[in-house]
Design a protein around this ligand. Structure first.
Ligand SMILES: [Zn+2]
Length: 195
């Protein structure tokens, strides 16, 4: 059940956007003005290690746990792999999920024949903003009552976790993989119902 009042994230989306641009600029040795929100990381010259670096810096800044895998790989944990990509080409279902799951992408680029390797190259600065905001939201919505003693869970200032003020139990923040996979499953239900 969801509270009627949305819990505050602690940051506005604009603040997160500005910070993500700064982090990407730092990781890639660029000026912030050279990092528009809709630029693809690949076009900015980022390599896989840079993406990990960016995710790591954002995890530290916001005490969240970034997902470890790309959207299609993550989906592969739930769907039959062949349902999403076949011989390296994204299927119709894969395209539909990308359209709802990565709304920052140009829908015109998500067309039949798209290769899965190209999807990784489409990840944008704004993709990191979307994921960061989503994980902040999941953290804000996390129950604050300790399951062991009923005490209050307090968010850590330094680690991606809560600590119980009563018994000292440590509870990790929701993992990015879990949160985004659950979202994906919901999106899939939506895509099916929309047919
Ligand atoms: Zn406790």
């Amino acid at each position: 059940m969801r509270d009627t009042d949305e819990p505050p994230l602690g940051y506005s989306v604009d603040e997160v956007s500005e910070n993500v641009r700064r982090v990407v600029a730092t990781a890639l040795d660029l000026g912030v003005d050279d990092v528009p929100i809709d630029a693809s990381l690949f076009e900015l010259g980022a390599e896989s290690l840079d993406l990990l670096d960016i995710a790591f810096m954002l995890e530290k800044d916001y005490r969240i746990q970034y997902p470890g895998t790309g959207m299609l790989e993550r989906a592969g944990q739930y769907f039959d792999r062949d349902a999403l990509t076949s011989n390296g080409v994204v299927t119709d279902l894969g395209l539909q999920l990308l359209r709802v799951g990565m709304p920052e992408l140009d829908p015109g680029a998500l067309k039949p024949g798209l290769k899965d390797i190209d999807v990784a190259r489409m990840v944008q600065v704004g993709s990191f903003v979307r994921i960061t905001v989503r994980l902040l939201q999941a953290k804000a919505e996390h129950p604050r009552t300790c399951e062991t003693c009923g005490g209050v869970l307090v968010e850590s200032d330094v680690m991606p976790e809560f600590e119980c003020a009563g018994c000292g139990d440590i509870v990790p923040v929701p993992s990015g993989d879990d949160v985004l996979l659950a979202d994906l499953i919901r999106m899939h239900e939506g895509v099916r119902e929309g047919r």
